[in-house]
Design a binder for this molecule. Structure first.
Ligand code: SAH
Length: 462
């Protein structure tokens, strides 16, 4: 770098220019943008220079420049377009200790004037050290077209706006705010005047402050059993505001429909025993999206806290320092018991209730079979289809009554809901016969209130 770019404060300083022709005019037009005092030395100045002198933008001396004229000047320009004359000016300037620029003569100059994109107070200076003036002009043209013409005014309005620093943290939130101001909201608002622009700036900050407060957040949301009307109002709102929705395969398309149109939907579907995405991969997915500042909705079938590996996901999220909250949902047991017109608890029948999983990570899950085998017990068995024979065997072994009522509800709350009313004895064969394909919940110790009606329906379906 032969020339070091700096922005020189010239307020109240003196600039001296020797010359009165076209080169002088070109330089003066630029120099008059500064706040310097300009003196032109020319025996025969162009009419524009005389006019500028008359309106007080510069002063003119109709004589040749002397060393004394250069003394104390911040900058001296040799712009007479006469080689000998300019060399003389350069010599005088150097002797007086002033910085000299000889127009169109890089070698003789101590400093050069760059190509400038002027959006005062935003100034872009482009220099090629004389190597490629064409390139400098091309870059200038490119920037001119890219930078809003009123960028300077936007910057001036922005400069006096201190609130942003109080409200938005440094880094991305503040960068995004100013970027929106300079390139989107600002130019648009300025077309309606400066006052409108100031109001727009306030509005923009409010929007960004609200956005920032919600930054990088994960909502673990219960999608319920499938009927969109069984979503909570909070779940609806979370879906409305989501940037990213990461959902289970259990979540129905009708519910996904309710997600914000711009939201990214990701199927982290896990089915039965064979997860298509591993739990660590899902954890990572959630964290990665939240880290971009997104409002992530982790949408889980039923209630997220029931057999949903929620704690593992929460651990990943908290480890990453990301805020979260849980929106409970209607769990399959609630929807299923509603489907059979029963109560999960009943005075005189069961004073406790168990939610079981048919299988866990090791295979068929073990439980307190002796307790479950007692008459009057009620248990809601999740993921119990494949383990039906195992569960039956364990319960019978522990003395359960073969006639214990068992009800299987497939697709609870959905249009294709099915209810199989049976006994512990017949459970495996009834299940095998029915060939269920949807999610199904098994109630141990509960029969549909209108068991008869359900049986008729079952026969109709068969
Ligand atoms: N968090 C979910 C349960 C996830 S485990 C909840 O609270 O409901 C998945 C199991 O839930 C399924 O194997 C099935 O046993 C049960 N399930 C989920 N949705 C169901 C539905 N609509 N009808 C019946 N069972 C359902």
């Amino acid at each position: 770098m032969k020339h070091f770019p700096i922005f020189l404060s010239l307020e109240g300083d003196r600039i001296v220019l020797a010359g009165g022709g076209d080169a002088a005019l070109a330089k003066l037009r630029l120099l008059m943008k500064t706040e310097a005092r300009i003196t032109v030395f020319a025996c025969d100045p162009a009419p524009e220079i005389i006019t500028w002198a008359q309106i007080g933008r510069l002063s003119v001396q109709r004589r040749a420049i002397t060393q004394e004229d250069c003394t104390g000047a911040a900058l001296v320009y040799a712009a007479s377009e006469d080689e000998v004359d300019d060399a003389r000016t350069a010599k005088l300037a150097r002797a007086a200790g002033a910085l000299i620029n000889v127009v169109d003569n890089l070698e003789a100059s101590q400093f050069i004037t760059p190509a400038i994109v002027d959006r005062d107070p935003v100034t872009v200076a482009i220099g090629t050290e004389g190597a490629a003036p064409v390139l400098a002009r091309a870059i200038k043209a490119e920037l001119e077209s890219r930078l809003p013409t009123n960028l300077g005014l936007l910057a001036r309005i922005g400069k006096t706006f201190r609130k942003a620093a109080d409200v938005l943290p440094v880094g991305r939130p503040r960068r995004d705010f100013w970027s929106d101001w300079y390139f989107r909201d600002g130019p648009r608002a300025l077309s309606e005047g400066e006052e409108a622009a100031r109001t727009a700036l306030d509005d923009l900050l409010d929007r960004h402050a609200a956005r920032d407060a919600r930054e990088g957040h994960v909502a673990f949301v219960g999608a319920g059993p499938g009927d969109p009307e069984l979503l909570t109002l909070k779940a609806r709102r979370a879906l409305d505001e989501a940037d990213v929705v990461i959902h289970d395969r259990l979540v129905t398309p009708e519910i996904l429909e309710l997600a914000r149109r711009e939201a990214t939907l990701i199927d982290a579907g896990k089915e039965g025993f064979g997860p298509s995405m591993t739990q660590p991969e899902i954890n990572q997915l959630i964290v990665t999206h939240a880290r971009t500042g997104a409002q992530v909705v982790r949408l889980k079938g039923g209630d997220p806290t029931v057999f949903g590996r929620l704690d593992e996901e929460i651990e990943a999220v908290t480890k990453a320092g990301i805020a979260f909250h849980i929106v409970p949902g209607i769990t399959a047991a609630s929807a299923s018991v509603a489907a059979i017109g029963q109560s999960l608890t009943s005075r005189g029948r069961n004073s406790s209730l168990r939610f079981l999983t048919g299988h866990d990570m090791k295979g068929f899950a073990d439980h307190d079979w002796a307790a479950l085998a007692r008459s009057g017990e009620v248990a809601a068995i999740y993921m119990g289809k494949k383990s039906a024979r195992f569960i039956q065997g364990r319960l019978l072994m522990h003395g359960a009554d073969r006639a214990t009522p068992v009800t299987v509800i497939e697709n609870a709350s959905r249009p294709d809901q099915r209810v199989l009313s049976t006994t512990l004895d017949a459970l495996p064969s009834v299940l095998a016969e029915a060939g269920l394909t949807g999610p199904a919940l098994t109630f141990l110790g509960l029969a549909p209130r209108a068991a008869q009606a359900a049986l008729i329906r079952q026969q109709e379906l068969a």
